[in-house]
Design a protein around this ligand. Structure first.
Ligand code: HEM
Length: 220
């Protein structure tokens, strides 16, 4: 019997949409000097969010745990084959192909953010500049694939996955749903994110503010 059941807890949803917005914002502000502070703030935010997700992937609710979406290569291949036959197996949490994109996004997010910090601190020079740009561009490509995957899965399963990532609900067997939303943690996360964005001051601002500026745009 299929019913409306809770799959995504609130921290996972807050994480997802804040990560998506910070990546979009950081990408769009990458080239202009004018938005450098915002670019840095969004980069730190991404780092903090992914750091949180790594912990939540171990201690979070059922479908947020990495163990619920770590698949063997054979399962990933079988899923992709079933996708080509247009009869993919249904998963209540992340499906094997989606899971690969998720791990790639988390990894590339870490690499772009950490290389950005090192670039700002002028450690390693050109090397981190190339890594920073390369990881961010690769991440954009994976984001495009991720969004396409979400659309395709939603159509094939006649299930609105975007709405599920907003409301937390899907339809399924009531015994499979999670019972806690962890809304208190979502509120704490939202408060920390808002406070960080409101009070963030780049460490290199003021008289020494040229440091990061030069290192990020030394080709100009
Ligand atoms: C309009 C843009 C986006 C939409 C509509 C979207 C939609 C979704 C949906 C529906 C899921 C759940 C997939 C499932 O049911 O298995 C998901 C998961 C995920 N998405 Fe997106 N996404 C978007 C942008 C992004 C961006 C820009 C990033 C990264 C920069 C991202 C990273 C992730 C991650 C890491 C997860 C796993 C969530 C978790 O378990 O914590 N998404 N996305």
């Amino acid at each position: 019997m299929s019913q409306r059941i809770l799959v995504w807890d609130i921290p996972t949803r807050v994480f997802h949409w804040t990560l998506a917005l910070s990546f979009a914002g950081a990408y769009l502000t990458a080239e202009t000097e004018r938005y450098r502070d915002l670019h840095l703030a969004l980069g730190y935010l991404m780092l903090g969010l992914i750091g949180f997700r790594l912990i939540w992937g171990v201690v979070g609710s059922r479908y947020a745990r990495f163990s619920s979406f770590t698949f063997r290569p054979s399962e990933i291949v079988a899923y992709l084959k079933s996708l080509l036959r247009r009869h993919p197996k249904h998963y209540l949490g992340h499906n094997p192909a989606g899971a690969v994109a998720i791990f790639l996004l988390l990894g590339l997010g870490m690499v772009s953010a950490i290389s950005g910090v090192l670039l700002y601190l002028e450690v390693g020079g050109e090397m981190f500049e190339d890594l920073h740009e390369g990881a961010a561009n690769l991440m954009l490509a994976v984001v495009v694939i991720h969004i396409a995957g979400v659309v395709v899965s939603s159509l094939l399963h006649r299930e609105n996955l975007v709405r599920a990532m907003v409301t937390g609900y899907k339809s399924g067997d009531p015994k499979q749903g999670i019972t806690r939303t962890f809304s208190w943690l979502g509120v704490i996360m939202a408060a920390i994110i808002a406070a960080f964005l409101a009070f963030y001051q780049p460490s290199g601002s003021g008289t020494s503010g040229e440091r990061g500026t030069q290192s990020m745009h030394h080709e100009d």
